[in-house]
Design a protein around this ligand. Structure first.
Ligand SMILES: Cc1cc2nc3c(=O)[nH]c(=O)nc-3n(C[C@H](O)[C@H](O)[C@H](O)COP(=O)(O)O)c2cc1C
Length: 214
C-alpha cells in the first residue's frame, strides 16, 4: 500500500476509512498536562503528541491540534501561554478511565480534576497542581510555543509547547537499587484509533563500543 498524504486525507484513496498515522507511530507516551488559567482554575488534559526532547537541560514537548470546543487554542496552550507553567503527570494503567474523562471537550471554566474525581497534590516550584494518584510528575516552565499549520477546515493553527523540566517527583515505590522500575509503574501508551497499550516487559541491550568486537 502506498499513498500521498495530500491535504491529510490521502489514505482514503488507498481504501483506508480512517487515518492510519497514529497507528504507525506507536506506542506514544501520554503527557497528562495540568495547568492553571489566569484566575487560578486548574485544567487537566492528556496529550499523546508528547515526548522528552532533551535531557541536559531536560525538556519536554506536547502538540495541541485543532481548536477548543469554544474556539481558539486548547485550554492547555492558552493557560501555559498566560502563566508560563505546567506539570506533566504520567498515566499508569489504573488511571486510564480518569485520564480519558479529562479529554472531554468541557467548557473552559471546568476543572477536569473535579470532573474526573482526581485529588490534587501541590507542586513545589510551579503553581499548577499535580495528579495525586499519578506516581511520576515533571514540573515544567514554558520555554517556547511554536505555531504549526493546522487543519484548513478549522483555520486553527496547531501549537507545539516546549517546556523545561525544573523538578521531578517519583514515587518511592518505583525506585529500587537506584533505578526507576518502568515496568512496575505500568505506564499506558497510546496507539491508533481508540487503542491503548500497557508496558509489561523489558529487554536490556547495552550500547556497542568502538571498535566493534567480532
Ligand atoms: C489519550 C489521549 C491523547 C490525546 N492526545 C492529544 C494530542 O496529542 N493533541 C491534541 O491536540 N489532543 C489530544 N487529545 C485530545 C485532548 O485531550 C482534548 O482535546 C482535550 O479536551 C484538550 O483539553 P484542553 O483544552 O483542556 O487542553 C488526546 C486525548 C486522549 C484521550
Amino acid at each position: 500500500m502506498f499513498y500521498e498524504t495530500g491535504a491529510g486525507d490521502g489514505h482514503r484513496a488507498a481504501g483506508l476509512a480512517h487515518n492510519p498515522l497514529n497507528a504507525l507511530v506507536v506506542p506514544r507516551p501520554i503527557g497528562w498536562i495540568s495547568s492553571i488559567n489566569a484566575d487560578g482554575i486548574a485544567n487537566l488534559a492528556p496529550y499523546s503528541y508528547f515526548n522528552l526532547v532533551s535531557s541536559v537541560p531536560p525538556m519536554v514537548m506536547f502538540s495541541a491540534n485543532g481548536p477548543h470546543a469554544e474556539g481558539g487554542a486548547k485550554d492547555s496552550v492558552q493557560n501555559i501561554r498566560d502563566t508560563g507553567e505546567f506539570v506533566v503527570n504520567f498515566v499508569t494503567a489504573g488511571l486510564m478511565e480518569a485520564m480519558n474523562l479529562t479529554s472531554a471537550p468541557a467548557p473552559r471554566a471546568v476543572d477536569e480534576f473535579t470532573l474526573a474525581g482526581l485529588d490534587k497534590a501541590p507542586s513545589r516550584l510551579v503553581r499548577p497542581p499535580r495528579v495525586a494518584a499519578s506516581p511520576i510528575h515533571l514540573e515544567c516552565r514554558l520555554h517556547s510555543i511554536i505555531e504549526l499549520p493546522g487543519d484548513p477546515a478549522t483555520g486553527q493553527p496547531n501549537h507545539v509547547v516546549f517546556g523545561t523540566v525544573v523538578a521531578v517527583h517519583i514515587s518511592d515505590e518505583l525506585v529500587e537499587d537506584g533505578r526507576v522500575g518502568s515496568v512496575k509503574a505500568r505506564p499506558l501508551g497510546r496507539m491508533g484509533y481508540f487503542d491503548f497499550t500497557e508496558i509489561v516487559n523489558r529487554t536490556e541491550l547495552l550500547r556497542p563500543h568502538w571498535p566493534l568486537k567480532p
